[in-house]
Ligand binder design. Structure first.
Ligand SMILES: *Cc1c(COP(=O)(O)O)cnc(C)c1O
Length: 357
């Protein structure tokens, strides 16, 4: 139904999410599959995503922020006692909030370890070890010297810097370093792989894999993977169709010039909704069997699409920015970014629709 109140919509196919979950379960070959639901479930809605994945058997979830973990605990409720890991760990003064919601901090530094040791009441925690990304985590030297007194460690983890590129030698080096580090904690479970690592075979699996983007349909190598289904369909409605005479320009800066007569559809989505300005030139929208290029710069609330020769384009019809006909990895490369950014940038104006059997 045309919805003039919201000319953009995000449809989240929870059955496709569940199908991707099962692909990752098979790939994990017995290792646990934890679901990463940071940034509100990659923009898909952490509550809806986690509820469906819990029903499919997921028991561990990762958020980035403490607040994300608090919200997730509330939405899952007492009947779904998941382990919720918080990747930010235990920043100063965060322990009470972590404890109140039964969250498991992924401790990233000696300072955070001191906070949790002092205020964590011996509750479970995880440890992040840096094996080459030089972002969060204890260094390997700090890990070797770690005094574990008073820490109830249930997981040690690290994170790959170059997962989408399996030819990068750093991947294997990180797996080797992590194997050496986890051997210091033989009774504690271990996790290295994100989505891309989850597809890299047994040396990367350890006891748990932590996919995010591939649950939501993004390929492990930043390109579409035929095993994974589109979860997000982002669409915008045509508001007006106009004929542009040869020599006329379209949009801000008059940067698109019609060399011959063109037909342009103006759709109700813009960079305020997450269609990056870098989507032009290069990107487009799928409509009636073809990807049709953007014609001119994106505006805050509007985009213009070249629908020359397509009689079906008329106000009220919907075009697909990405979805089953234009996979997020392909749209992302046309926009000069990654599928993760596409999903997490979708703005609040888009109506949310959830599909489920
Ligand atoms: C975001 C994140 C993941 C999930 O990454 P994907 O590439 O989306 O699968 C896993 N682990 C950590 C530490 C992360 O920050």
């Amino acid at each position: 139904m045309p919805s003039p109140a919201a000319p953009s919509r995000l449809t989240v196919d929870l059955d496709a999410l569940a199908a991707n979950w099962r692909v990752l379960r098979a790939e994990a070959a017995g290792a646990e599959v934890a679901a990463v639901v940071k940034a509100d479930g990659y923009g898909m809605g952490a509550a809806e995503v986690a509820a469906r994945l819990w029903a499919e058997g997921a028991r561990s979830f990762f958020t980035a922020r403490v607040a994300g973990g608090v919200a997730l605990r509330r939405s899952l409720g007492p009947d779904r006692p998941a382990t919720i890991y918080v990747l930010d760990g235990c920043p100063e003064a965060a322990a009470p909030a972590l404890l109140a919601s039964g969250l498991t901090p992924v401790l990233n530094s000696l300072e955070q370890i001191a906070h949790w040791r002092a205020d964590g009441l011996g509750r479970p925690c995880a440890l992040h070890i840096d094996t080459g990304m030089n972002r969060l985590g204890l260094s390997m030297a700090e890990t070797r010297a770690l005094d574990r007194q008073g820490l109830n460690l249930i997981l040690v983890m690290s994170h790959l810097a170059c997962g989408p590129d399996p030819s990068q030698p750093l991947n294997r080096r990180q797996a080797e370093r992590f194997a050496e580090m986890r051997a210091l904690f033989p009774e504690v479970r271990a996790s290295l792989a994100n989505s891309s690592g989850a597809f890299m075979g047994p040396d990367f699996r350890f006891d748990m894999v932590r996919p995010g983007i591939s649950l939501y349909g993004g390929g492990p190598q930043d390109r579409p993977d035929p095993r994974l289904k589109a979860v997000a369909t982002f669409e915008a409605q045509i508001l007006q169709v106009r004929d542009v005479a040869a020599g006329e320009s379209v949009g801000y800066g008059a940067r698109f010039v019609a060399e011959e007569p063109r037909r342009v559809a103006v759709v109700g989505v813009g960079y305020a909704d997450g269609v990056l300005r870098s989507a032009w030139p290069g990107g487009g929208a799928w409509f009636e069997g073809d990807v049709r290029p953007f014609a001119g710069r994106l505006s805050m609330d509007l985009a213009t699409i070249d629908v020359t020769g397509c009689d079906a384009a008329r106000p009220g019809r919907w075009v697909e920015l990405f979805g089953p006909n234009l996979m997020i990895d392909d749209a992302a490369s046309a926009w000069g970014t990654l599928a993760l950014e596409l999903l997490t940038r979708i703005g609040p104006r888009a109506e949310r629709i959830y599909l489920s059997r």
